[in-house]
Design a binder for this molecule. Structure first.
Ligand SMILES: CCCCCCCCCC/C=C/CC(=O)SCCNC(=O)CCNC(=O)[C@H](O)C(C)(C)COP(=O)(O)OP(=O)(O)OC[C@H]1O[C@@H](n2cnc3c(N)ncnc32)[C@H](O)[C@@H]1OP(=O)(O)O
Length: 288
């Protein structure tokens, strides 16, 4: 099976089937990620955990490790995307939080917080090229980036309430910061998934693309906005805007993890997750 590879150039991003002048990041050997860098030191990080990029601890750990690499190698920007033209990321791996040991749930969540700290707090500009659905943790991953470009006709949102549990308070704050209090309350209490165009309307995404290629062109356009801005000044401003949330999660990481584990381990929540999984399977069965 041939897979598309993205070749970035000074003037834009081209979809190509060649790896002729790309530099593969050598410092990591990843199972669920492809990391490519162009000559301008822009990294394209592609999640490739088939079929739906569900975030298990292994994928989260790999993302965390890439982010460390990108900081150390002074990357000038990052595009986060998916191998799939249908799903950007389906959220936390439900099977890691369903009927699992508290320690496993805790590790998964704590690693997600680690990704938050590194991605939300990164010194380089970040953009998500959302090439498909992005429910729950998938939306969260997009929200950690500075800018979101989403391909039309998919769904994105925080549907945790549909699974029987609530989004932790830092994520509520992040959602409020992004779409405002009123929209966030309405969306979170109903576990709403927005279509791409609805997401644009409320500001959950910043631009719509008609397909993957356009999403990459727009992502590249976003990164090029900063070519003339001194990186130090840009980063100071970014950090000052993000400091409160970053400090909260950094200081209270353990507390948030314990809270998440206790909530997920509740019998009623496990029952809701079981019902949600049945529903997911039935939907699939009925579609065939
Ligand atoms: C300030 C910040 C501080 C940080 C705080 C962070 C706190 C964040 C909290 C975030 C909490 C998140 C909780 C979650 O993310 S729970 C996961 C919720 N996910 C979902 O509800 C999505 C469920 N999936 C779907 O809706 C659909 O699968 C899809 C993604 C729309 C794709 O549909 P499609 O028709 O293409 O594919 P299928 O439905 O047939 O799925 C294919 C197989 O993949 C399995 N699958 C799907 N999703 C998941 C998942 N999340 N985990 C594990 N497995 C998943 C599905 O069962 C199919 O498997 P099968 O082929 O074996 O049947």
């Amino acid at each position: 099976m041939s897979s598309y590879v993205y070749k970035t150039t000074r003037r834009g991003v081209l979809l190509a089937k060649t790896v002729s002048y790309q530099v593969r990041l050598c410092s990591g050997n990843f199972r669920h990620l492809e990391v490519l860098k162009d000559e301008n030191n822009v990294a394209i990080v592609t999640m490739k955990r088939a079929p739906v990029n569900s975030l298990n601890t292994e994928l989260l750990t790999e993302i965390s490790s890439v982010l460390t690499d990108l900081e150390e190698t002074k990357c000038s920007g990052m595009i986060l995307t998916s191998f799939s033209d249908k799903v950007f990321c389906s959220g936390l791996d439900i099977y890691e939080i369903f009927k699992s040991k508290p320690s496993a749930i805790g590790t998964s969540f704590s690693t997600l917080l680690e990704v938050f700290i590194k991605l939300y707090g990164s010194t380089f500009p970040t953009v998500a090229a959302i090439t498909g659905h992005a429910p729950a943790g998938g939306c969260v991953l997009g929200l950690f980036c500075e800018y979101r470009i989403m391909v039309q006709n998919f769904k994105i949102g925080l549907n945790e309430d549909q699974l029987g549990f609530n989004a932790p308070s830092p994520i509520v704050k992040l959602m409020i910061n992004t779409i405002g209090h009123r929209n966030a309350e309405l969306a979170l209490t109903s576990g709403r998934l927005f279509t791409t165009s609805q997401a644009l309307q409320v500001g959950l995404v910043d631009e719509i693309a008609k397909d993957r290629t356009e999403a990459f062109e727009k992502a590249d356009g976003f990164l090029r906005r900063f070519e003339m801005i001194p990186p130090l000044a840009r980063n100071f401003t970014k950090q000052s805007m993000r400091r409160a949330l970053l400090q909260d999660v950094t200081i209270n990481r353990e507390k948030y993890t314990e809270g998440f584990v206790s909530m997920i381990s509740l019998h009623e929540v496990q029952q809701s997750i079981a019902a949600y999984l049945d529903n997911l399977k039935n939907k699939k069965r009925n579609a065939h």
